[in-house]
Design a protein around this ligand. Structure first.
Ligand SMILES: Nc1ncnc2c1ncn2[C@@H]1O[C@H](COP(=O)(O)OP(=O)(O)OP(=O)(O)O)[C@@H](O)[C@H]1O
Length: 231
């Protein structure tokens, strides 16, 4: 079963094309690394996937049953407010906001999910700490736990390991692999890290304004060029 299907996807800003002819089918449970140089259309693809921009041609479809509200999204660290006054727990459970509907308060299920994802990310001991007091790696784990609270089958991550030291990056990729395998979530991750990032993935989509490669990570020509890394 496909989690995500793009057919002839094109996107433009003010008539200028940013993405052209993207066409692939990602199996459910896959871990996709979206790679390519600056300006190659990676963020544009993510925006189209999240429904934030309308394709100028073609389609993006999610697996039946996974609506856009079922995507857990983790933005780039630079987009997340570092001075956010909330605690780690409050930040994580805010991932459930989209599911409250008409309910004014978090319910038992929301609290259970927040607790589960805090533990999964090794944040339980830090739950009462202020988000702004955290280290870069702890913040990234908090934002990942929040995205997990929002996710119903799919996680979309924009540079989840950017700005972290090599060891913390490796820890983040290993957490993502665990979430992908153990929780069965389909992961779509934009990364500039062609070695560790691409090695964590099962599939690679390489963009250069158009689609340069889509397929299994092990068969990606860039793998030989940039190093195979550890799987
Ligand atoms: N809001 C916008 N308005 C106009 N043009 C845009 C807008 N956002 C992106 N573009 C253009 O679309 C093209 C693709 O940009 P996009 O941000 O998708 O690339 P990217 O691969 O994510 O780049 P980076 O690696 O630098 O984040 C670029 O030429 C960019 O200048």
């Amino acid at each position: 079963m496909a989690a995500l299907v793009c057919r002839g996807l094109c996107a433009a800003y003010g008539g200028r094309e940013a993405l052209h002819g993207v066409d692939f089918e990602l199996p459910a449970g896959a871990f996709l690394a979206v790679v390519g140089p600056n300006g190659s259309g990676k963020s544009t693809l993510i925006k189209a996937l999240l429904g934030l921009i309308k394709p100028s041609a073609g389609t993006v479809k999610l697996e039946e049953g996974v609506g856009r509200s079922g995507i857990g999204y983790m933005p780039q660290q630079s987009e997340s407010r570092g001075d956010f006054p909330a605690t780690v727990y409050e930040t994580v459970i805010s991932g459930r906001l989209g599911r409250l509907g008409l309910r004014p308060f978090y319910g038992r299920q929301d609290r259970r999910e927040a607790e589960k994802n805090l533990r999964l990310m090794g944040l339980w001991e830090l739950r009462t700490r202020a988000f702004r007091e955290l280290s870069g790696g702890q913040r990234q784990r908090t934002l990942l736990a929040r995205a997990l609270c929002a996710a119903d089958g799919m996680l979309v991550l924009d540079e989840p390991a950017a700005g972290l030291d090599a060891e913390t990056q490796e820890r983040m990729y290993s957490l993502l692999r665990d979430v992908n395998k153990k929780e069965g979530a389909t992961v779509v991750m934009v990364t500039h890290d062609l070695v560790r990032g691409a090695a964590a993935a099962t599939h690679v989509l390489e963009l250069d304004g158009g689609q340069k490669y889509f397929g299994e990570a092990g068969l990606w020509p860039g793998r030989a060029q940039y190093g195979s890394g550890e799987k």
